[in-house]
Design a protein around this ligand. Sequence first.
Ligand SMILES: Nc1ncnc2c1ncn2[C@@H]1O[C@H](COP(=O)(O)OP(=O)(O)OP(=O)(O)O)[C@@H](O)[C@H]1O
Length: 249
Amino acid sequence: MILELRDVSYRYRKGALAVDGVSLGVAAGQSVGLVGESGSGKSTILKLMLGLARPASGTVLFDGGELPLPAPRRFRAAVQTVFQDPYSSLDPRQRVASIVAEPLRSLGIARGDRARALVAASLASVGLDADMQGRYPHEFSGGQRQRIAIARATVCHPRLLLADEPVSALDVTTRIQVIDLLAELRESQGLSILMVSHDLSAVAALCEQTVLLHRGRVVESGATAQILSVPREEYTRRLVEAVPRLPAV
Ligand SMILES: Nc1ncnc2c1ncn2[C@@H]1O[C@H](COP(=O)(O)OP(=O)(O)OP(=O)(O)O)[C@@H](O)[C@H]1O
């Protein structure tokens, strides 16, 4: 496993358990969807996986060893993130080239010509022209902004991408394009993906494995196709029924 939670629990101050004995992991080459209704604990699990919160009990493992906090550089080079809102996640004062180069700078991976070449390659891999590098985020649509965010997250060739509702803020057509792009990067770069979503159809289109959360607990996990075709839990059935039209898995 690249990243794994083992029997992890977490409680916000004065609150009930937001994450209650959760075990899940992403192995090399795997794509996992983390699905659940609002408040089920998805964001908290992402924080725990990123080393941004310390579990009350249980262990977060990176490459089989306990993840030290703060997360070390080798973790940050291996695990990158894409967030839901492509409008707030890109610094409006920076040009695209500088935004995409950020992980190369902060992780000390590359500078100068080498960095420029990596940025150009990363933009090409998400379908953006090299001449867009000098522009600012406000000049782009939501879908293009999410492509820029994905270029930034993959410029340092991470092994695992944690995507937090990456298509929820996009319209339906753009959603499909961004999911297709993530699937393409998974194939071409051998990228593992953990996608958090409340939308089972997005998960069905990208993730072979699904983990279903309800009130901080895992209620189902396994092959996505299996979970969608034979939902065992009433909660899963409700989520499946809430999806208007599922693409073929
Ligand atoms: N900062 C916080 N302080 C106290 N309680 C919190 C905090 N953040 C989340 N919670 C609680 O923890 C539980 C899990 O929330 P979490 O945000 O992880 O769920 P989620 O599945 O990501 O929801 P959403 O889809 O709405 O983002 C909820 O009961 C929530 O109210």
